[in-house]
Structure formats: structure tokens, C-alpha cells
Design a protein around this ligand. Structure first.
Ligand code: BGP
Length: 469
């Protein structure tokens, strides 16, 4: 017996990319922190490949939108690069080439009937602002970001009606301040990380306010990477560890942008520990009055946690409240060493419904990066990526179940439309529905792209009865 999994009407079937990972740095006046990282340390990147040309979306976007239409995308999210649109970061003076590029991109999306969602920040802080003001630690950078956002809204408000402020701000904090895996590679800077978190939340509220003033009909949200924290056991200590992880990594951004304030428990812990952020008196009402219209959820893998074993930390770190737990039964994506656990999407959806019942959300990224996909090429030159199709089917199965049970999820975007550059894996693992040959930038649709077209056309797909339970 088989069942057809039908999704709600007007469901978004799409994919995501980001400016830095697809356009690269060609033609920009400024470097962002990822560009700088590559310029000064090429060896940190797989085979020394950087974000200079990336997938050359800058020159191929017209054809790329045609291909996106061919694989059935009715929507697509990418990011504007602050470092491309703005010529003078302080005054907000515009770069005419940047404007021309984004306008042309908007036209190409429209010509192919693809709804374009613009994101304003995808890990790509201009390096000048890091060097001059310590980046997101500075309130002045919040003001400059708001200035840039207002400019973008003014320029594109007639064509773009869905915006997002940040992509995965927690990665900026983890990667840049706590564990050092992204430039500027600070480590164990817990207090500074907390200030960065606060400023991002504040910037989100200010930008939301600016957008609502300009276009009361349009919608603006924030994209967060949510990994449910599954405790190792029912023991109180493991449950407590999961509770803190959840508070710090999930509810910090979501409560602030949906409820208009941070969770009290989190504020109390940070105050008690002497690491609470610096705020101004007016901020409280700013957060409360300017809330996100929708949420994007990026989900790749779950987090499993356990109680700490009394490790002493010299400086404050969120890790003093939990430790990672390695579940012996986990199924792993060998290329990235990420656990594959599709049911988490159902659990996330349930939590969203419980905590934020009125807020619509969509899956803004999920995907599977695979190394050396040429192995799977058939005689016609097409990569037969059945693993990717199965990965999406399993995730969609759980998402569909949650929607049937009332989750207000309005779309599914994969990472990525085309193979894109990764933050330090470069092009080692490929995620796209469309293969990019880096030798000559030719594009070839993979088998998963053809499959997705069918799913999008039929607004669902057929499965054997409950194959994944
Ligand atoms: C997400 C980012 C994307 C993308 C993806 C895949 O966290 O939002 O930009 O890179 O992860 O990860 P990676 O490229 O590191 O393999």
C-alpha cells in the first residue's frame, strides 16, 4: 500500500544559497570576514579553493534561474552582500554596480516565476567593521547594519516582499567567538559572545521596525539553526543540560524575536554568572514592539547532550552547563560527520507549535553534502544522487506528519540550488540539485533536481506506507 503525501496549498518548494557562497567576491569594493580569512590563509580551505569566483553566480544567474525553474523551484532565498551593495559603509553611499546586479537578479527570478526571498546577512560582516569597531560587539555596527538594511528595503521594496535579517546567527557566535572555527577565530570568549548575541537580536528588532514602517504589507523574519537538544537520559542532570542548551541556543533568538523578550531564566543565569549583555533602557520596548513575522529554520543534525562532569572553566562558557553526548546508535553522514536524524524535524515542528503557536515558519535549509559525487555519474553524464533523494524524502515524511497534526510550516527549502562554496570545505562536499563543474562553470541537473521538480509540480510525493517510522 502506498500513500501520497500532499502538502498544503501554496507550499514553498525551493532552495537556498548565499551571496558569498555563490557570487564570490568578484566586483566588490569591500571584503567580508570570510574573504579576508581566505586571502590570508588559503590553506585552511579544501584544495585552497576560495570564495573569489565561487559558483560564478554573478555571471551565470540568468541561466541559473532558468535551471531553477526547470527543477521546479517556486521560491529561492539568497543573500545580498553588504560588501557589494554599499560603497561607503559609514555613510551608506551605494555602489551602482551592486544595485545593477541585484536588480538584474530580481528580473531574472521574476521572468522565471520564482519568488525571491532576500536575506541581509549570511556570516558576512565587512572586515573593516570588525577591524575598526570589533564587529557585532559594537552598537555602532548595529546602527550601520540598520542603515544598510533600510537602503536595501528602499531599493527593492517594490519587488521583494519577503525578507530575512540574519542567517544562523548562532554560527557567527559559535564559530567566531566560542570555538574558533570561523574567522576571526576567537575561542572561549563567552562574555563577548553574549554581547554579540544581544546586538544581533537588537539589530533584528531595529531592522524589523524599519521594514514594517516602509512596507506594512511585507513580511520579515529571521533564520535560525535549530537542533533539538536530546538529553542522554531521564536523569535530572542530563535533562538540565538539555534545558540550558535549548535556552541558550534556541530560545534566546526565538523568544526574543517572537515573544519580544529573552527568556527570564536565561537572563537570570547570565546575570548570576556576571556575563549579562550591556543594554540601553529603550531596548526593552524596542524588542517588544518589533517582532518577526515568520521564522526560517535551518536543520541539519540534532544535538545530544549530557550533564558535565565538573570540568573547571577559566572563563565563562555556555559549555559549563552541558557536554555533548555521542549516541552510540547514531546514523552518520560520513562526509561531514553529522548525525542524520530526520525525525528531529517533527520534534522541532511540535516545539514550534507548542511555544510559538501563532508564528508561521518554514524549513529554510536542510541538505546533505557528499564528497566526490562524480562516482555516481551515469552514462549520460548525470549524477544519480539517490542518497539525496532519500534524505529529503525522509525529512519531508516527518515534516508532513507534523503539518497534518497542525504545524504552521509553509515551505521547504533545501541547501542548495546549485553546488556552492562551503566555509572551509570549499567544494569538497556538494549539496546542489544542480552540479557545478568548477573547470568551466558548466551546470548539469542531478537526478535529485528532476525528482524535486515532480514533487513541486504535484505538491507532494508518494511513499510506501510509513516507511521511515
Ligand atoms: C549552513 C549554512 C550554509 C551552508 C550549510 C552547509 O550552516 O547556512 O551557508 O554552508 O550550512 O554547511 P557546509 O557548507 O559547512 O558544509
Amino acid at each position: 500500500m502506498s500513500t501520497f503525501l500532499k502538502f498544503p496549498p501554496n507550499f514553498l518548494w525551493g532552495a537556498a544559497m548565499s551571496g558569498p557562497q555563490s557570487e564570490g567576491w568578484l566586483g566588490k569594493r569591500h571584503e567580508n570576514i570570510m574573504d579576508t580569512w581566505y586571502r590570508i590563509c588559503r590553506n585552511d580551505f579544501y584544495e585552497g579553493v576560495g570564495p573569489d569566483v565561487a559558483s560564478d553566480f554573478l555571471h551565470h544567474f540568468e541561466n541559473d534561474f532558468r535551471l531553477m525553474k526547470e527543477i521546479g523551484l517556486n521560491s529561492f532565498r539568497t543573500s545580498i552582500q553588504w560588501t557589494r551593495l554599499i560603497a561607503n559603509l559609514e555613510t551608506g553611499e551605494l555602489d551602482p554596480n551592486g544595485i545593477a546586479f541585484y536588480q538584474a537578479m530580481i528580473r531574472a527570478a521574476k521572468a522565471n516565476e520564482i519568488k525571491l526571498i532576500f536575506n541581509l546577512h549570511h556570516f558576512d560582516l565587512p572586515t573593516d567593521l570588525l577591524d575598526r569597531y570589533a564587529g557585532w560587539e559594537s552598537r555602532h555596527v548595529v546602527d550601520l547594519f540598520v542603515k544598510y538594511a533600510k537602503t536595501a528595503f528602499q531599493l527593492f521594496k517594490d519587488e521583494i516582499h519577503e525578507w530575512t535579517t540574519f542567517n544562523e546567527p548562532m554560527v557567527m557566535i559559535d564559530g567566531g567567538y566560542l570555538y574558533g572555527y570561523h574567522y576571526p577565530h576567537y575561542k572561549n570568549e563567552g562574555k563577548r559572545a553574549v554581547q554579540v548575541l544581544y546586538h544581533i537580536v537588537l539589530a533584528n528588532a531595529l531592522v524589523t521596525q524599519a521594514y514594517h514602517q516602509l512596507d506594512p504589507e511585507g513580511k520579515i523574519g529571521i533564520i535560525v539553526n535549530v537542533t533539538p537538544a536530546y538529553p542522554r537520559s531521564d536523569r535530572k542532570e542530563d535533562q538540565e543540560a538539555a534545558r540550558f542548551f535549548d535556552l541558550f541556543h534556541w530560545r534566546s533568538f526565538l523568544d526574543a524575536s517572537i515573544h519580544g523578550h529573552f527568556p527570564d531564566e536565561l537572563v537570570e543565569i547570565l546575570r548570576k554568572d556576571g556575563v549579562l549583555w550591556k543594554a540601553e533602557a529603550k531596548d526593552e520596548s524596542l524588542l517588544s514592539l518589533n517582532r518577526s513575522d515568520f521564522i526560517g529554520i535551518n536543520y541539519y543534525h540534532p544535538t545530544r547532550v549530557q550533564a558535565t562532569e565538573g570540568q573547571i572553566f577559566e572563563k565563562w562558557l555556555p559549555d559549563q552547563y552541558y557536554a555533548h553526548y555521542d549516541w552510540p546508535e547514531k546514523r552518520v553522514d560520513p562526509y561531514k560527520d553529522w548525525e542524520i536524524f530526520p525525525k528531529a524535524l517533527y520534534d522541532i515542528a511540535k516545539e514550534m507549535t507548542k511555544r510559538y503557536p501563532k508564528t508561521p515558519w518554514f524549513v529554510s535549509e536542510t541538505g546533505m553534502g557528499v564528497h566526490d559525487e562524480g562516482r555516481f555519474r551515469n552514462k549520460d553524464g548525470v549524477i544519480e544522487d539517490l542518497y539525496r533523494i532519500n534524505f529529503y524524502k525522509e525529512h519531508l515524511f516527518w515534516l508532513h506528519k507534523a503539518i497534518e497534526e497542525g504545524a504552521s510550516c509553509f515551505g521547504f527549502h533545501t541547501w542548495a540550488a546549485l553546488d556552492c562554496w562551503s566555509w572551509n570545505n570549499a567544494y569538497k562536499n556538494r549539496y546542489g540539485f544542480i552540479e557545478v563543474d568548477l573547470n568551466d562553470q558548466t551546470r548539469t541537473i542531478k537526478k535529485s533536481g528532476r525528482w524535486y521538480r515532480q514533487v513541486s509540480l504535484e505538491n507532494g510525493f508518494e511513499i510506501e506506507e510509513d516507511p521511515f517510522v
